[in-house]
Design a protein around this ligand. Structure first.
Ligand code: PGA
Length: 255
């Protein structure tokens, strides 16, 4: 049985003080952490503050960076390495978010390099995949997503798969208010799990890797998504993760 994981992606919305306020509010929401895992992804500047607050208060909440460099060190002005992320107390990195792919033109090869850099530095990875509206309308949604999974995980050994979570986020559903129907999302999730089974066998595919759904997840649609066999959690963006009460409702979808 895969434990549900609800992850908030704060994107580029809050400064350090605002991030500190949001994590403090979230820690005051009543949550049964034995039933659900929770994570938040603040901006780089807020990572250490948020990670420290969580640790000091004794909570077991994951903290992720929203991006990472594929380089280890050196003359790469403006980049942040996986070692730097780990040194803040963050434990995870979101890699290949569609905004990184679309706006910053990240390629599958670069994304694969980032996955490897994160794993080398003992960080957990949330690898995002998802098709555009054009790809869905052209009938190549599954093919696109499975290609991104294969490329993103290229050269990653089975023993590293404990540290991988996948997130299926159809690009046309992110921040648009449109959600894939639970049936459409489940179909892609099942195909992703099938691909993992081919690559790594049934134990990794069925027991180790959680597959999150992302794209306009809200308190009123989360339960229907979470009821599906292959949807193990949600990656929630600016829409519903920036308000502690709303995000708390998402986390408590089962209560
Ligand atoms: P959204 O974003 O929940 O605002 O649609 C999801 C994401 O970008 O991870």
């Amino acid at each position: 049985m895969r434990k549900p994981l609800i992850y908030g992606n704060w994107k580029m919305n809050l400064n350090m003080n605002e991030s500190a306020d949001l994590i403090a509010s979230l820690l005051s929401v009543k949550i049964d952490y034995s039933k659900v895992d929770v994570g938040v992804a603040p901006d780089f500047c807020s990572l250490s503050k948020v990670a420290e607050t969580i640790r000091e208060m004794g909570y077991n909440i994951s903290v992720a960076a929203q991006n990472v460099s594929l380089e280890e060190k050196g003359a790469f002005t403006g980049e942040v390495s996986a070692d730097m992320v780990a040194s803040t107390g963050a434990d995870t990195v979101i890699i290949g978010h569609s905004e990184r792919r679309a706006i910053y033109k990240e390629t599958n090869e670069e994304i694969n390099g980032k996955v490897k850099a994160a794993l080398r530095n003992r960080l957990h990875v949330i690898l995002c995949v998802g098709e555009s509206l054009e790809e869905r309308e052209a009938g190549i949604a599954t093919e696109t997503v499975l290609y991104q999974v294969g490329m993103g995980l290229h050269g990653i050994n089975m023993d590293r798969m404990n540290n991988i979570t996948l997130a299926y986020e159809p690009v046309w559903a992110i921040g648009t208010g449109k959600t894939a129907t639970p049936a459409d999302a489940e179909e892609i999730h099942a195909n992703i799990r099938g691909q993992l089974k081919k690559m790594y066998g049934p134990v990794v595919a069925e027991k180790k890797v959680r597959i999150l759904y992302g794209g306009s997840v809200k308190p009123d649609n989360v339960s229907a998504l979470m009821m599906r066999d292959n949807i193990d959690g949600a990656l929630v963006g600016g829409g519903a993760s920036l308000d502690a009460t709303t995000f708390g409702k998402l986390i408590n979808f089962n209560s």
